[in-house]
Design a protein around this ligand. Structure first.
Ligand code: DP6
Length: 335
């Protein structure tokens, strides 16, 4: 049904470059939170999205990956060895196989995550971005950032944005081969911006983001409204970021997240990631706003809430949510 395979895209980008037998490399990539969400694919093989999206990277919260030749393919996540039939092991090495030709080595891949797993944010985005960057170093390929973004996107769509720090926009592109579908940095600083992570429930979710998104496109009549909603929200969020207009940014990001969750409710049976704690938190954020505290919420394919606010509101937010994990996306820290 879909014309192009991932291997053809890898071949197009790498050309004659291969992974040497002594390949070893290390890289770090930040996690990211979408302010305007990616939800739905125009091509599930290459992870080409229906719509553009815009995110903020979480600076020192992300994944460090190191890889080195080994007797057999091995994956360690936070020092824990995964079984060869673990879905994470299979997904990662299926991806790495795209880059290995006959003589390429088996690899030991060590991933260390600084995203609190408890925050339910251990998304695959930073992991796939860091894997692609580590492969680039291991192979000495020196690829351009947008090529890294295209490659990371084939591991997980949102990984295309984790190649960069700060604000990032992922262009949906129109080409069948997705060569115009990559993320780019907006090169904008906003040092006062804060992202608060609220871990409300950390049980493994029953429906992953990939399946949830595919089901929504297939089953939900409400999905028809999504592309137009995104066109409006994406333009507004981009402008709000450029003008450092926090109220506009927060309102558009919160509305975009709620609209995405609304499309899921149109599935049969309905898909709802929110739990009572999610709804209660939303009401508390809205209550804070009524009291003059400028804070907005966003939620991804899970029950946990991320709160957007500015530095001046930090003490009010910490008081309202004592367990809030506050990230400064523009702090200069070692990663
Ligand atoms: C709700 O990037 O996990 O977090 O491309 O199938 O790997 P795949 O999906 P994934 O979806 C992320 C969905 C989201 C919104 C977003 O990050 O933009």
């Amino acid at each position: 049904m879909f014309a192009l395979k991932k291997t053809e895209i890898v071949q197009k980008i790498l050309g004659e470059r291969v992974l040497p037998t002594d390949a070893s490399g290390e890289a770090y990539a930040p996690a990211n939170i979408a302010l305007c969400k990616y939800w739905g694919k125009r091509d599930p093989e290459l992870n080409l999205p229906v719509n553009g999206s815009l995110s903020i990277s979480l600076q020192e919260r992300g994944t460090r990956v190191s890889m080195a030749p080994s007797e057999r393919d091995t994956l360690l996540i936070n020092d824990e060895l995964l079984a060869a039939d673990d879905p994470k092991h299979v997904r990662l090495f299926d991806f790495i196989d795209l880059f290995r030709v006959d003589s390429a080595p088996a690899l030991r891949v060590d991933t260390q995550s600084s995203i609190p797993i408890a925050a339910g944010l251990a998304s695959s985005a930073s992991a796939f971005a860091a894997v692609v960057m580590a492969l680039d170093r291991a192979g000495g390929w020196n690829l351009f950032a947008r090529e890294l973004s295209i490659l990371a996107r084939m591991g997980s769509g949102s990984a295309s944005r984790s190649i960069y720090h700060g604000f990032v926009e992922w262009h949906p592109g129109v080409l069948e081969n997705g060569m115009d579908c990559f993320a780019e940095s907006l090169y904008l600083q906003w040092p006062e911006l804060r992202v608060g992570l609220l871990a409300l429930n950390t049980d493994t979710k029953k429906v992953g983001s990939r399946e949830g998104m595919n089901r929504t496109v297939r089953e939900s009549v409400l999905y028809q409204c999504w592309p137009d909603t995104v066109s409006r929200d994406l333009a507004e969020i981009r402008t709000a970021v450029q003008e450092r207009d926090f109220t506009r940014l927060g309102a558009a990001a919160e509305s975009n997240a709620c609209s995405m969750h609304a499309t899921m409710l149109g599935c049969r049976p309905p898909l709802l990631y929110w739990l009572p704690e999610t709804v209660e938190t939303l009401h508390r954020v809205w209550g804070l706003r009524n009291d003059g505290v400028s804070a907005y919420a966003t939620m991804d394919a899970g029950p946990n809430v991320k709160v957007l606010f500015l530095e001046r509101e930090e003490s009010a937010l910490r008081e309202a949510f004592p367990l809030l994990d506050v990230i400064q996306p523009f702090a200069s820290v070692e990663v």
